[in-house]
Design a protein around this ligand. Structure first.
Ligand SMILES: NC(=O)c1ccc[n+]([C@@H]2O[C@H](COP(=O)([O-])OP(=O)(O)OC[C@H]3O[C@@H](n4cnc5c(N)ncnc54)[C@H](OP(=O)(O)O)[C@@H]3O)[C@@H](O)[C@H]2O)c1
Length: 320
């Protein structure tokens, strides 16, 4: 009996931090294989020279949008900076296989009703069999999972204080990943109007105030969320709400102790907990930690590919 054919994946933007995690995950996935890994700046070079764990012999190529669309890939994952996905999507739409799965990890389609928002723990049924999937943002994944179980008890905007490791700013040099600026430091930025503020508000259906910062560590995000309440809720009742919402979710860990960002690095899960509630003033607090490059990007993309292609959602994601 022959083994089932593997689903082939093309990655555009494969030199980046998210692209590297995708290469590693797909290389270890029993039902997926790499069709191409595209990067303009490293074309022709061995992927393993840039990405630890990449298959030997695999090389970067530089595919423009029509070339990516003409490839044999069954699924194309776009891991490009914001604003760059459209021409690849347009080329795939116009190709002879327009019904291929596209997963876009940028923010370009997170506000587009024609695309499915790929947050499996909240919208799993919509993702199964979908062909156009926008992968949620890293902060946005942590924040919405932290807020969602409390939505019916909120009396005003949720305030999300976020701190990210500098890999959140990508591999291209900027102030937000400059070691000199970050050394012994915490860098506030985009304190109003961050795209993840709008993303979380849209996908939980409730206003959010988001205050992001970058820290000198490489990977991991912590969001500390303050929730104004309509009525008294005890800390125990709060914990029960999260257990009801996420008790069966393999990629969500619940913890009464505040989760620490250091403990989530290199892990596929989101950790949520450290619940605290008071009645004077009427408010509650909850913390979520996430590895921005894994559950905040690549792991979630693989969950989405698995769901879209009818595979087990956690196939190729070694967790626990
Ligand atoms: N970093 C995170 O924690 C994180 C988390 C969730 C989502 N995301 C999102 O994921 C996407 C990728 O993030 P990243 O951190 O991996 O970024 P990155 O490290 O800066 O990598 C960007 C990739 O895109 C390629 N690229 C850049 N401009 C391009 C263009 N105009 N046309 C074609 N390719 C281009 C780059 O390679 P070449 O220049 O060699 O072509 C590189 O491979 C972004 O949209 C980001 O917002 C990132």
């Amino acid at each position: 009996m022959s083994a089932a054919r593997r689903t082939s994946i093309g990655i555009v933007g494969a030199r980046g931090y998210v692209g590297g995690e995708l290469v590693r995950l797909i290389a270890g996935h029993p039902r997926l294989e790499i069709a191409f890994v595209s990067s303009r700046s490293t074309a022709g070079q061995e992927v393993a020279a840039h990405v630890k764990g990449a298959p030997a012999g695999l090389k970067f190529s530089s595919l423009d949008a029509p070339e990516a669309a003409a490839s044999s890939a069954d699924v194309i994952i776009l891991a490009l900076p914001n604003g760059e996905a459209h021409r690849y999507v347009a080329a795939i739409d116009a190709s002879d296989r327009p019904d291929r799965v596209i997963v876009d990890v940028s923010a370009d389609y997170r506000f587009d009703d024609n695309w499915v928002y790929g947050q499996p723990e909240r919208f799993r049924d919509r993702i199964r069999g979908a062909r156009r999937i926008s992968n949620p943002g890293c902060y946005a994944t942590a924040a919405q999972l932290a807020i969602a179980p409390m939505l019916d008890a909120l009396d005003g905007p949720a305030t999300v204080f976020g701190v990210s490791g500098y890999s959140g700013a990508g591999a291209t040099p900027s102030d937000k990943n400059n070691p000199e600026i970050l050394r012994d430091n915490l860098l506030p930025y985009a304190l109003t109007g961050h795209i993840h503020e709008r993303e979380v508000a849209r996908h939980v259906g409730w206003p959010v105030h988001f205050l992001p910062h970058v820290a000198p560590f490489f990977r991991g995000i912590t969001v500390t969320v303050s929730l104004p309440l309509t009525h008294t809720i005890t800390t125990e009742e709060m914990q029960q709400r999260y257990e009801r919402a996420y008790g069966g979710e393999p990629l969500i860990r619940l913890t009464a102790k505040p989760p620490l960002v250091r403990d989530i690095a290199d892990r596929h899960e989101v950790s949520i907990g450290g619940w605290a509630a008071s009645d004077k003033p009427l408010r509650a607090a909850v913390i979520a930690t996430i590895d921005n490059l894994l559950k905040g990007a690549a792991t979630q993309a693989i969950q989405n590919v698995n769901l879209a292609c009818g595979l087990n959602e956690l196939e190729g994601i070694a967790h626990g």
